[in-house]
Write a protein that binds this ligand. Structure first.
Ligand code: FMN
Length: 441
């Protein structure tokens, strides 16, 4: 029997700074309940006290880094949108297709008005009158919650024409995607909304200049936008008391794999991997050792198990050759074969490659074939060099980061766990004493 208990609450619960402060409140989708719990205070304050430029400046001063993966400063991204009048859009990225990532889902299901308020603040700051929430099709409940919350917010004067009696108007639409990893990539997402096959665009021009329907467009992750109301309401200085000087605020870490209490934990940025695994997620079942951790689902290089004191922020993971990304932490214990786990990731990327760029389309297929051969015990001594060579032909030679993501688990596992690959390849496997081979039989 497993000693794993899924976790739906976590640190931050009840704290006034927490994005999840209301997640145990029943019916937060209802506007009256949301208002009782402080919803739309940031929007009221902004419309009464701040110009759009001031709201952008508050978000710049707070150094809010994008939570979707790249950690790009949100306020700076907003400031790139041309000031000239004309149609501009916000698209909120709720595709959440990274394996092991489930923070956006809980944020949308438990407190949809927090996201809507963040959208209204972003759009007010940038001068946008139409916003889309691009949500993956499987998130039926979250999409239904959003539809209902948007309708109530509109009826209550928090969306729609002349919000709260001001001259600012905004419409928000939920767009349900059909489901593909590539739809989370921002330019493929725009293609998907436009009704086209979701394939990344060549950049420049960047979406801030030519985005949705050819118009300037902000694209931000759900968690990024959910941070905005509390930043505007409580101020940039308050926000910077959380987290680290270069990575302020909190992050919802989605942790899964070999831990007793997988779930979403909202913690200050800079929390160590060890604290996350042992203090919050309950440690490893059977008290086995951690062999390795994927810090950002399938998309980032492995962290070896001897690096558990690594602070999880936007700077420190780079020191060990990886990134925080979406902070969807997948823990693997000492029983895992790293080449076999990496093969699963490679299969995923081969399947999800949209096929537009030849190096990604063909390269992920060759990586999968080579990895399969190795894991079946049929590899040949040149296969590890072949893997490294194919990776180098994909990395940096593609239109979007999917190709780069595909090579990173292979490259990093060859760096930290090469001996496990060698042990699988006849001719490279260490020669074993005859009595040990006999003992295996
Ligand atoms: C293949 C691929 C998949 C992605 N999937 C997501 C996703 O599901 N959600 C997300 O917010 N960002 C995803 N991104 C990152 C987006 O392109 C974009 O950087 C992000 O939505 C920007 O929001 P942020 O600045 O608030 O982080 C993905 C990127 C790539 C290359």
């Amino acid at each position: 029997m497993s000693d794993v208990t899924p976790q739906t609450t976590g640190a931050g619960q009840g704290d006034d700074w927490s994005l999840f402060r209301n997640r145990q409140v029943p019916q937060m989708v209802r506007l009256d309940v949301a208002l009782e719990h402080g919803a739309y205070q940031g929007l009221k304050k902004a419309l009464a006290e701040y110009t759009p430029e001031q709201v952008t400046q508050i978000v710049i001063d707070a150094s809010l880094l994008g939570r979707g993966g790249a950690g790009f400063p949100a306020g700076r991204k907003w400031s790139f949108i041309p000031k000239a009048p004309g149609q501009k859009y916000l698209t909120v990225n709720a595709d959440e297709s990274e394996p092991g990532t489930f923070s956006n889902r809980e944020l949308m299901e438990t407190d949809p008005h927090q996201l809507i308020e963040g959208i209204a603040l972003c759009c007010y700051a940038v001068g946008i009158s139409q916003a889309f929430i691009y949500i993956r099709g499987e998130y039926v409940y979250a999409a239904d919650q959003l539809d209902r919350a948007i309708a109530e917010a509109r009826a209550g004067g928090y969306l729609g024409p002349n919000i709260l009696g001001s001259d600012y108007s905004l419409e928000v639409f939920v767009f349900r995607g059909a489901g593909a990893y590539i739809c989370g990539e921002e330019s493929a997402l725009l293609e998907s909304i436009e009704g086209n096959r979701p394939m990344p665009r060549s950049r420049p021009p960047f979406p801030a200049v030519v985005g949705l329907y050819g118009r300037p467009t902000v694209i931000n992750n759900v968690e990024t936008i959910c941070n905005v109301p509390r930043i505007v309401f409580k101020g940039a200085d308050w926000y910077k008391t959380l987290g680290t000087p270069t990575s302020p605020g909190t992050k919802v870490y989605s942790i899964s794999g070999h831990v007793r209490r997988p779930g979403n934990y909202e913690l200050p940025l800079g929390t160590t991997l060890r604290e996350l695994i042992y203090e919050h997620a309950g440690g490893v079942p059977g008290d086995r050792a951690v062999k390795a951790v994927l810090p950002s689902g399938a998309a980032a290089p492995w962290i070896p198990g001897d690096q558990l004191d690594l602070p999880l922020d936007y700077d420190n993971p780079k020191k060990v050759g990886t990134i925080l990304g979406s902070a969807s932490v997948i823990v693997m214990d000492e029983t895992v074969s790293i080449p076999h786990a990496t093969l699963r990731l490679t299969e995923f990327f081969r399947h999800e490659s949209c096929g537009k760029c030849t190096p990604c389309r063909e390269g992920t297929m060759w990586l999968e074939k080579t990895m399969e051969r190795i894991c079946a015990g049929e590899g040949v001594p040149g296969d590890l060099d072949l893997l490294i060579d194919v990776c180098s032909k994909i990395n940096g030679r593609v239109l979007c980061a999917l190709g780069d993501f595909a090579v990173s688990p292979i490259q990093s596992s060859l760096k930290f766990f090469r001996h496990e690959y060698e042990a699988l390849i006849p001719g490279l496997a260490p020669v074993r004493e005859p009595e040990l081979v006999a003992a295996d039989k």
